[in-house]
Design a protein around this ligand. Structure first.
Ligand code: FAQ
Length: 329
């Protein structure tokens, strides 16, 4: 079992597990039983889950920033109310996921510290700026669309708390995807300027959306083991292909052009062939070199520091209540 650090270096896990316990665990997973927090699990399984779930949680929280930018500039009250609700949903997703990760023996503070220290990742997609209102449509349609494609199989992931969190998250992401597509539909039915804005957003978000599924399978160090432990149920490339197949006709239906000259229906495969993602760009963004990566992280660190007084007050209140209870007993 290997993990990659931020520099792309592989690090071997060294924990030797009891072979009997490991065999019983693997049999349960193969039998599609959920593994629950108090069950025995191999250390590498626990670590992989902490990595994936915490990175997923960080993505939801950092993902509030690009859309949050547009709450004050939404074009009307209806759009503003919808966008506030959506951004709030993403905050909720982050919280369920942090709670699911905490059941594996890590605290929320430790996860936050790892994010702020650059040790934990979050999805590359949130390092791109939202330049126009059409970007809010493109995020809902393409980014939430890619997120759902990846997350629907995670409802059957082998770790119970993660799978259960995914059920509600998928329902909400599905609403988000539709609201994004509806923004794009309205713009494509609008003026030539609105149509140009929608196409420009499509051009900028398409390739980063394909990167959300992770590196190609032959460069994905975690996929093989994660599939074996049924943490992941489908590979990065399988999910990317499904996304292209579902999204391309949606684009065509409203007159948007997918910005990929190599995109072509392959009748033999029953799927679209498509061009190569710029993997150099992907790895650069993973390393923290995305267009607005510094601003995103600064915004999170500022929010954490500005909120210190709330955490202190909540802690003091809890301590006061606990000591009052002891005194009364
Ligand atoms: N960005 O071996 P693999 C959302 C890293 S939620 C950054 O293939 P794995 C909702 C990967 O961590 C979006 N890093 O790794 C929303 C690993 O590094 P590590 C988030 C990436 O885990 C919508 C290394 O590359 N969704 O959008 C990325 O088997 C709108 C090698 O990769 C999830 O997190 C990337 N795109 O597969 C919110 C879903 N891809 O950790 C607001 C759960 C790969 O070893 C607005 N996660 N890396 O140092 C997963 O399904 C998996 O973790 C993958 C990666 C598929 C992301």
């Amino acid at each position: 079992m290997y993990t990659t650090d931020l520099t792309g270096k592989k690090q071997a896990e060294t924990v030797a597990e009891d072979p009997k316990k490991l065999a019983a665990f693997e049999a349960r997973v193969a039998n599609d039983e959920f593994i629950e927090p108090k069950d025995w699990m191999p250390e590498a399984y626990r670590k992989t889950l902490i990595r994936q779930i915490s990175q997923h949680a960080h993505s939801e929280i950092v993902g509030m920033l690009p859309e949050g930018n547009w709450i004050t500039r939404a074009p009307n009250l209806r759009r503003k109310a919808i966008l506030i609700a959506k951004v709030q949903d993403e905050g909720g997703h982050g919280l369920y996921l942090y709670s699911a990760a905490e059941t594996l023996g890590i605290s929320r503070d430790e996860m936050t510290e790892a994010l702020h220290a650059g040790k934990a990742k979050y999805s590359t997609i949130f390092n791109y700026p939202t330049l126009t209102w059409a970007d809010i449509g493109a995020i809902g349609w393409l980014v939430d669309g890619a997120a759902i494609m990846n997350q629907v199989p995670l409802q059957r992931t082998s770790y119970g708390p993660y799978a259960r969190a995914m059920v509600r998250i998928c329902k909400e992401e599905s609403f988000h995807q539709r609201q994004g597509y509806e923004i794009m539909m309205a713009m494509m039915a609008g003026t030539p300027d609105q149509q140009r804005m929608a196409q420009d957003a499509m051009n900028r978000w398409w390739w980063p959306a394909l990167m959300m599924f992770g590196p190609p399978d032959d460069r994905s160090p975690n996929t093989e083991q994660s599939l074996r432990w049924r943490i992941k149920r489908e590979t990065n490339d399988e999910l990317r292909q499904k996304f292209v197949d579902i999204t391309t006709p949606q684009a065509e239906a409203i007159g948007l052009k997918v910005p990929d000259p190599a995109l072509k229906w392959n009748a033999k495969r029953g799927s679209y062939d498509f061009g190569e993602v710029d993997w150099e760009e992907f790895y650069a963004v993973v390393r923290g070199e995305g267009p607005v990566a510094k601003e995103r992280m600064q915004a999170r660190v500022n929010a954490w520091e500005d909120g210190a007084w709330v955490r202190d007050a909540a802690r003091a209140h809890a301590e006061k209540r606990a000591s009052a209870k002891v005194a009364a007993e």
